[in-house]
Ligand binder design. Structure first.
Ligand SMILES: [Zn+2]
Length: 255
């Protein structure tokens, strides 16, 4: 959903979202980036119903909720407080606690602050769950420690170690978002299915020469298989992040 620009600093924020009505106008601009259009009759003008948080079509009187389909739906808390909470959360990198939010917003109940944070976090996670894209490095590894003398899929027996597929976005010389999935097996079908779920089509994926990665080109990815696997090091139980740490400062996960 295309969004209108978000204020760059606190003073701008305060000016832009001072009232319930202003917040509603922002939601409307998110919903209709090219201006209101009635979903029933396509008319382009609406009355605002601030109290109900709805817009009503001038022509056919159809009412559209501004909050439907969002975490703000049916909330009794003023939108101005929700906007402040979202602002504080997204601008404070250390992470806002419910107690801090309660104090800063002057909320009477701790539970309200806790619930707002919870809902906002969930919404933020969903945004971050968009598939990885661009250049993505893929590798499989074992989590749960090595089992000496056992190779390949026989590791699955007893489940003391679990094979995991790891995908990391390249962002210049740093790493971006990370996805990990437990692998039921190493077949090309499984690998392609997992990557399709986690990586946008058309992305460039880097893997080692493992046979299971052979079908990635057919699955819609630009596939570059590197010759140097470093597999023995991983099998011995080396931390899986070591491999990437040689090229960048470490792995950070945002989603
Ligand atoms: Zn209408």
């Amino acid at each position: 959903m295309p969004r209108p620009p978000f204020p760059a600093n606190v003073r701008q924020f305060q000016r832009q979202f001072a009232t319930e009505e202003a917040c509603q106008h922002y939601l409307a601009a998110c919903r209709w980036p090219d201006g209101f259009r009635c979903p029933r009759c396509e008319h382009e003008r609406a009355y605002t119903m601030v109290k109900q948080r709805r817009w009503k079509c001038v022509a056919c009187r159809h009412q559209v909720s501004l909050t439907a389909g969002t975490i703000l739906h049916n909330t009794k808390t003023p939108l101005t407080l929700w906007f402040w909470a979202a602002y504080l959360m997204t601008t404070d990198k250390r992470g806002v606690s419910a107690l801090l939010l309660q104090r800063q917003l002057g909320l009477r109940r701790y539970e309200t602050a806790w619930m707002m944070l919870h809902k906002l976090r969930r919404a933020m996670v969903n945004t971050a769950r968009e598939p990885l894209h661009g250049e993505v490095e893929i590798d499989d590894t074992w989590i749960g420690g090595p089992q000496p003398g056992i190779r390949g899929s026989r590791q699955l027996k007893g489940r003391r170690a679990v094979p995991v597929l790891v995908a990391v976005e390249r962002r210049g010389d740093r790493s971006g978002r990370v996805r990990m999935e437990v692998l039921p097996n190493f077949t090309a079908t499984t690998m392609a299915a997992i990557l399709k779920q986690n990586v946008a089509p058309g992305s460039t994926v880097y893997t080692d020469g493992l046979g299971g990665f052979a079908g990635l080109h057919a699955a819609g990815f630009k596939h570059i298989a590197l010759k140097q696997p470093l597999r023995p090091a991983l099998r011995k139980g080396a931390a899986w992040s070591c491999r990437w740490r040689t090229a960048r400062s470490g792995i950070s996960s945002t989603g």
